[in-house]
Write a protein that binds this ligand. Structure first.
Ligand SMILES: [Zn+2]
Length: 121
């Protein structure tokens, strides 16, 4: 993966993260009884709570996604992004673009899913 591709993926991840934080902020405002209709689309996150406390307002599924995004960004920082965490293979730009939070190559992912299927009821 080249630098340009990496940058593109980083932008996708950051966009996803901002979207979730905006959602969290809206949930927080709603829980405070504020009128969310008045909120701008992009909330100024610098003035609000930290990412960590803010994401508590997300639903479970979104919070899990948020964690995955943070992990992916961290792997990017450490130059480990784009490598399968099980077999060390390169995951490939196309797959990452479709699923930027993934940390498994398609082979390991399929294997994992078939195991899950085998043991599921
Ligand atoms: Zn793999």
């Amino acid at each position: 993966m080249n630098k340009k591709e990496l940058k593109e993926l980083k932008e996708i991840l950051e966009g996803m993260k901002n979207e979730l934080l905006t959602q969290a902020e809206q949930m927080r405002q709603r829980s405070l009884g504020l009128d969310v209709e008045d909120l701008p689309d992009e909330v100024d996150l610098a003035t609000s709570e930290t990412d960590q406390s803010l994401n508590l307002h997300l639903r479970d599924r979104e919070r899990t996604l948020f964690k995955k995004i943070e992990d992916a960004l961290e792997r990017m920082e450490n130059n480990e992004y784009g490598k399968c965490t099980l077999c060390d293979e390169e995951i490939g730009f196309k797959r990452l673009k479709a699923r930027p939070v993934t940390d498994l190559c398609i082979r390991c992912k399929e294997e994992q899913e078939s195991v899950e299927k085998r043991y599921a009821e």
